[in-house]
Design a protein around this ligand. Structure first.
Ligand code: PEP
Length: 249
């Protein structure tokens, strides 16, 4: 099953308005055909970046969203607001949300359900801490995080993307080896097959995230179940981000 590669940049809480627009323009200008490219942008720059990306194939995305439609939710951003400024995808369950800001499995599950139901593409992040890996719990942790999704209400494999991001590899400069990544990606595909069915699972893109850089991207992306990347640090410079994007073609 040939899956179109999907590389998304996660800008986290970085850039300013001018830098965000310049970065978006450079990505739009350099993005090649044959691979899906996205940028997950700080909320306040979504509108400006969306305008900078107008006419390009680069997808605009958000890093989080509230599951409630509107109302008394001080500090939150609804999915309709994200759609209003042109967002096409949303991350859920990023490890920084889970481990720094306390998003528990129930919150993450509600967010994932709300994002998919809204018609946007969902990038659902899963991954184990170093402690969990050392205790041989990697696959069990990933399995539980996949079970935050509701198979009965997710029918379009194009709008579901799983990002496998070992927590110990995020922002540390220590990426998973090609073999470690492939082992977990293959497990994820098998688990999706049980939660949905094999045909559905074979179409879902599974991104690797965690210190993916231009010099390790080709090896990771050559693994049969690695269909792209979710890129943090290296997405903040167009040159390094586009080098990874090109490796995913
Ligand atoms: C991320 O934030 O999702 C990530 C993978 O970061 P980095 O590439 O910096 O490890």
């Amino acid at each position: 099953m040939a899956r179109t590669g999907f590389v998304a940049g996660n800008w986290k809480m970085n850039t300013n308005k001018q830098g965000a627009v310049a970065l978006a323009k450079a990505v739009a200008q350099g993005a090649p055909a044959g691979v899906q490219v996205g940028v997950a942008v700080p909320f306040v720059y979504l509108d400006a970046v969306g305008q900078a990306l107008a006419g390009s194939s680069v997808m605009l995305g958000a890093q989080d969203a509230c599951w409630l439609p509107n109302g008394a939710c001080t500090g939150e951003i609804s999915i309709e607001m994200l759609k209003d400024v042109g967002a096409k995808f949303v991350l859920t369950g990023h490890s920084e949300r889970r481990h720094i800001f306390g998003d528990g499995p129930e919150f993450v599950a509600k967010k994932a359900h709300a994002v998919y139901s809204s018609g946007l593409t969902l990038i659902h992040c899963v991954g184990e801490t170093l402690e969990q890996r050392d205790a041989n719990q990697t696959l069990a942790v990933v399995q539980k995080q996949l079970e935050e999704l509701q198979p009965a209400s997710i029918a379009d494999p194009d709008r579901l993307v799983i990002a496998y991001e070992p927590v110990w590899a995020i922002g540390t400069g220590r990426n998973a080896t090609n073999e470690q990544a492939q082992e977990v990606h293959a497990y994820i595909r098998q688990a999706l097959g049980k939660l949905w069915n094999q045909n559905f699972a074979s179409q879902v893109r599974i991104q690797y995230g965690g210190s993916m850089k231009p010099d390790n991207a080709a090896g990771l992306l050559a693994q049969p179940d690695v269909d792209g990347g979710l890129i943090g640090g290296a997405a903040l410079k167009a040159e390094s981000f586009l080098a990874i994007v090109n490796a995913a073609k």
